[in-house]
Structure formats: structure tokens, C-alpha cells
Unconditional design. Structure first.
Length: 276
């Protein structure tokens, strides 16, 4: 009886691997594959390979993006004594005189973010740099999950994406994840780059990892705009949903969103200001 050999398999892209690097991977049938890493693939992504039954050659079937918020990760550096910041301290921090304000102009109105260097100095600096560099221009809010979060930052513009490397994590400060909390999306330690999440509710299980440390919170006046962002398409395929695929968005650009998901909202532009 002939032993059946798998016709598909998957592997994770190693950390610190850049686009263009050729990976050597052994397939289930023993064939040594040499796979160039596509430009749209990131460390931590899962690449699914499939064997063509006609010619027996292996090829990339699809890639699963590893960019979901921290619920999929195990805490590696919890805050001291696992103590969360009180809501009173949260409000005190947010109303400090040094707080900068970033204004995200969306298709539903302006969302103002109070940026908090005291919570996440590295993350706050990167976010303000991205705003200054006009990175957040004409970006689809491609992930919008009812009661969970909205997410944006993926673009097909390689001039923008190639300009920024991932930053180091910030220290966990115990800042709670509540409605309007702003964080970077990350695939794990030291992977925050440009994609932003704004939460639509309270999630006490999140914020325990260094890469989840919030960089700010939107103003109460901006909550109605946040709540009006379209969430009807649900989560992205990588998280079991039927919404926009960030990998296809990165490959095909906004035309993909406008043709397949026309109700998606966009971040049209952004600017920021600090108290003088």
C-alpha cells in the first residue's frame, strides 16, 4: 500500500527576515524548496504551500497575516504586580498640559487622539512621525469589527512602507484598554511599525504585553465619529472573518477596497499639534 504524502503544508516566516531573502524549506515529499520572500510578506506571517497535482511543483497558496491584537499572544512582560492604572489616573494623565493632539480626518468626521508619551514614548514618537510624514493619507479602515476595534495603516505605496522599520517595545504601564484606546497593531515583540488600532470597548485581557502598550486615547467628543465607522464587513480573513484582506490590500491598493468593500471608511489625512 502506497503511503499518501501531504499535498500542502504551512510554515511561519522567521523574525528578522526581509523581503527578497530566499528561504530553504523542506516539503513533506522531501523536496528542498527555495522560496523568495515576497515584498508583501512580513515576519510572523504563515505561508501556506500547495503542490500542483498536474506537474508536482510546489507553489504559494496564500499567506496568513499575523497582525491581530494581543489576544492571540501570551504575556511576556506584565506590569508590576499586574496592576492596571485606575480610571482616575487615566483621566489625570489625559488632561496633563503636555499632551499632544493628533487629528485623523476620516470619511465620517474627525477623530482626535490625545497622544501620551508618558505611556509609550517610543510608540508616541513613531505615531507623531508618521502623522508628520503624511503616512496616514487615503488609508482604508480595512479591519472594523463590531464591539471590538477598527484598524488602519496598510498601503500598497512602497515608498511609504519601505521608509519605516519596526520599533522597539515600550514598557508596560498598566494602561487599561477601554473604548477609544489607541494602540499599534503588532505581530509580537518589537514589530510595531505603522498600523493603528482603536478599540470599541473595554478589554481587560489586552494591554499586558509590551507591544500592546497604548499610545493614547481619543477624546470623548470623537466617540460618536468612532462609533459611526462602518463595521458591517466584519473581521479580516486571517481572523476567520469575511472582511477585507490586508495582504490583498497591500498588493492591490485601494482599488481592491473600493471595488470589493465599497462601504469601508477611510482615513483621508492627519495632522497634530502640541501645547505651546
Amino acid at each position: 500500500m502506497t503511503e499518501e504524502v501531504a499535498s500542502s503544508f504551512a510554515f511561519d516566516i522567521p523574525q528578522n527576515v526581509k523581503a527578497g531573502v530566499t528561504l530553504k524549506v523542506q516539503a513533506p515529499d522531501g523536496v528542498q524548496l527555495h522560496i523568495p520572500v515576497p515584498g508583501s510578506v512580513m515576519p510572523g506571517d504563515r505561508m501556506v504551500m500547495q503542490k500542483n497535482p498536474e506537474d508536482g511543483k510546489w507553489g504559494i497558496k496564500h499567506v496568513v497575516r499575523n497582525e491581530s491584537p494581543a489576544a492571540n499572544h501570551v504575556a511576556t512582560k506584565p506590569a508590576a504586580d499586574d496592576q492596571s492604572m485606575s480610571l482616575e489616573q487615566l483621566e489625570k494623565d489625559l488632561n496633563a498640559p503636555y499632551v499632544c493632539h493628533a487629528h485623523l480626518k476620516t470619511t465620517k468626521g474627525v477623530i482626535t487622539v490625545r497622544v501620551m508619551p508618558s505611556w509609550a514614548p517610543k510608540g508616541s514618537q513613531r505615531f507623531l512621525q508618521l502623522v508628520s510624514d503624511k503616512y496616514y493619507t487615503d488609508l482604508a479602515i480595512y479591519r472594523a469589527v463590531p464591539g471590538f476595534l477598527v484598524q488602519f495603516g496598510v498601503t500598497s505605496d512602497t515608498v511609504r512602507t519601505n521608509h519605516y522599520q519596526a520599533i522597539e517595545d515600550d514598557e508596560v504601564k498598566g494602561v487599561p484598554i477601554v473604548e477609544g484606546t489607541v494602540c499599534f497593531a503588532a505581530a509580537g515583540a518589537h514589530t510595531r511599525t505603522a498600523t493603528i488600532c482603536i478599540f470599541l470597548g473595554e478589554f481587560s485581557q489586552l494591554g499586558k504585553n509590551p507591544w500592546e502598550t497604548p499610545i493614547g486615547k481619543i477624546t470623548d467628543e470623537s466617540l460618536p465619529v468612532l462609533r459611526s465607522i462602518y463595521t458591517g464587513y466584519g473581521d479580516m480573513p486571517q481572523c476567520g472573518g469575511t472582511g477585507p484582506d490586508p495582504i490583498l490590500l497591500q498588493d492591490m491598493g485601494n482599488d481592491y477596497i473600493k471595488e470589493e468593500f465599497p462601504k469601508c471608511d477611510f482615513v483621508e489625512s492627519a495632522n497634530w499639534e502640541c501645547p505651546s
